[in-house]
Design a protein around this ligand. Sequence first.
Ligand code: HEM
Length: 532
Amino acid sequence: MTDKELGKGGEPRQQTTDREKTMTTAQGGPIADDQNSLKAGPRGPVLMEDHIFREKMFHFDHERIPERVVHARGYGVHGHFELTEAIPELSAADIFQRVGEKTPTFTRFSTVAGNKGSFDLARDVRGFATKFYTKEGNWDLVGNNIPVFFIQDAIKFPDLIHSVKPAPDRGFPQAQSAHDNFWDFVSLSPEAIHMTLWQMSDRAIPRSFRFMEGFGVHTFRLVNAEGKSHYVKFHWKPKQGLQSVVWNEALKINGADPDFHRRDMWDAIDAGDYPQWDLGIQVFDDDFADNFEFDILDATKLIPEEQVPVRIIGTLTLDANVDNFFAETEQVAFCTQNIVRGIDHTNDPLLQGRNFSYLDTQIKRLGGPNFTHIPINAPKCPFHHFQQDGHMAMHNPKGRVNYEPNSWGDDGGPRENPEIGFKSYAEEVSGTKQRVRSETFADHYSQARQFYISQTEIEQQHIAAAYTFELSKCQEERIRLRMLSHLMNVHDDLAKQVAEGLGVTEMPEPATPAREPITDLPPSDALSILKN
Ligand code: HEM
């Protein structure tokens, strides 16, 4: 390669005679001059005929794809999961059978509300999504760093997200919950109150992705080879410990380095300081479910670790940065419907709705039904099916057979396999078709209170300060007062501190609970960062 000669515009020419290093068009045609478009004479006009210019500009014009409708800003890393305790008695999932076996993974951490260019230290929930490339297909555990969620039924999700994203007229705020619309929605959806306690706590401003927990949130099922099922909640416990920053620090970091979390992850992995998380399971049966104070299908509730201890069964190690951010981090498609034999869904109405939403949005975001052909999404085990065609098809069936049943014998392509094929847990289901919320989902304050009393004094002060700050941004007094009326049902001290901070002298009436809260739930140490 020579770069000493100058072109006519004085620019250094970077040329080669090596075929391997020769720049080409996307069609493979070698390029002689990538600095000048084709002109009629030295001063133009530029000719339409210039296929090299047109191809280059066309491709550039199409570089952007829609950002994720939520969790747009994220950071992905490769790793592996190593099983430390086999659980064949609980699950037939291949990944849970052999101690010491390593399964490749891809994990993407994210914020929820901000757009792709927003800052890392927003007060927000963090996504913690892991794709396990198991020997029996991809399993996606699409979790958050908070064990509960804002809503109980997926039909409310578009409204929740509309309320937290920039308002349609003014286009702000960006990546903040300090927003009339958001607090209006929450104060009219009391099921969200518990989650806002977590969101106003230090959990929502983690020190880095490396120092936060992860939760599958929903109750899932583990199903063993005999078809016996147990309920399960998945947990990620960071071996680095739990750390957050305080709000003051978050503001400064956002100003000084909006990429603080992604830089932290890149640097740690680049330096060989690989972050690790233990995978824990809370396993319980129908007896526990029937006697638990809350409905295990309600995603706004958690199961305290004192009641069902977390059993550690493996370790996730993140040990490789991506080669290309777009190809891997942007194009990865996590989906709650990606489960494998031995793991199954429950009737949680939030989970059922998610199973539709992810696949649907990914067809749009990634340009059609073939996004599983993108290497980061493709299974790493053998796979065979008769799906074909559509935009960007890379793996069409080979030969003449693309249907079944067929009578082409050994040439007939893939066949069903009842031995290792996925079987849904044979749960008995019956009921009247109706649009309704179960009464067992109606207690919205008890676990919010339990969370609050589980915090240390300083953590409680942070929660009160965060509500005060966020609600002080609400211009509408009625919204601030409505939120206070809910906080009064959570804890008097919290409500008083926030009211004082907001300058409210006359307290509103407490909100009328749909179901009387349980006021004597004991504190749980696992809910506090400082006690961990
Ligand atoms: C991303 C929908 C609740 C965790 C997304 C995306 C959608 C979505 C459409 C963008 C996906 C993409 O473009 O690839 C929903 C709906 C929910 C819901 C409809 C409730 C009805 C939750 C809950 C959790 C969660 C409860 C945590 C347990 C995530 C994560 C991502 C995500 C981690 C980012 C995945 C990535 O890194 O690519 N969600 N979500 N979501 N969601 Fe949800």
